[in-house]
Design a binder for this molecule. Sequence first.
Ligand code: SAH
Length: 396
Amino acid sequence: MPPTPAQSNIPKVKISPRGATRLKSGHVWVYRSDILSTDDIPAGSLVTVTDQRGKSFGTALYSSSSQIAIRMISHEPVSDFAALLSRRISEAVAYREGIVRDTNAYRVIFSEADFLPGFIVDRYNDILSFQILTQAMDANLVRETVISQLTEQLKPASVIERVDPRVRELETLLPRHSGLLQGDKTATTFTMNGVQFHFDAFEGQKTGAFLDQRENYAAAAQYAHGEALDVFCYQGGFALHLASKCSQVTGVDSSRPALEVADQNAALNGREVEWIEANAFDLLKDYAASNHLFDTIVLDPPAFAKTKRDLDAALRGYKELNLRALKMLRSGGILVSCSCSYHVSEVSFLEMLASAALDAHRTLRLLEVRGQAKDHPVLLNVPETAYLKCILAYVT
Ligand code: SAH
């Protein structure tokens, strides 16, 4: 991309009726298999998208390598791309000002859900961490515009880029290292719902924390009691929120570095939590064998279904975990069960839980059916923007 070429010079992409139907339904993607003809298009260009007869759907970003060839950014012709980016960023910041509460860590920009496809920006107190996932967003002009706008509006101490080498390879972008782009601060602390966490810009998974669970931590803490087990605890997000409500909290994860940060987080909050480094499946088996019971159990595993093909195996995995947890809960206990697999729908996840309850001879009363925090918006016409499920249930 982009310096924005004169409108008449913007390449055109003609799409199939199936692609057109998708856009008319409010979706923003067109797959490569739905592209009929293209002018000669450089990777990451702005393009005009038309139907077979040449009627325009608006302007999109083009990827020469992704199966998602087209990501719409406007229903209009775009004469000044930098100005459009600035407007989108202001809108994204304004949306969060209205809906984000009790935290200084949240997602500022969430790709398609903020009409900035391929751009993710997370704020951890005074550090901004961003990731670029598409060719168009990797252009220097885009980077410069986005960083200067965000700096002006949020005044961070530093801005860092987290690179996912796999994504760059898929988008045929030149390799790049994670690094500081502005300022020199790389570590800070942030607060969610009154609980404090350490943040190190170049450590950990995702951009550092699982910000999408922020509202679910607070919801879980409302019902949690007694002896609690946080399975797949990472740096202690759920465990530390439960610690103020429960008599005892144990967190389990297979990652030692994650547990080391979890322990520092517990100290930061003056809390005692027992951290266990183990394979969650093995540990649950051992606990079941020794009749170990709990009053609150959180299950927040990594995505079991990375693609549609994994769906059946994923549902079996979720069922095994939930079945074990249900057998280990005392009557009146609380189950918090999550899935971050987009391919597992809320309906199939609830069906899996119902079937696990039946097998475990337990009754589940649904307390709350939740999703990702509102700073990770779900666009109703773009189902792929909804991925997180978090079910809270009362178990007898
Ligand atoms: N609940 C966490 C996020 C969990 S992400 C939070 O709110 O912050 C999933 C976690 O599962 C990761 O920390 C990963 O290290 C861990 N994990 C993956 N496979 C595991 C396994 N077999 N046993 C235990 N932990 C596992």
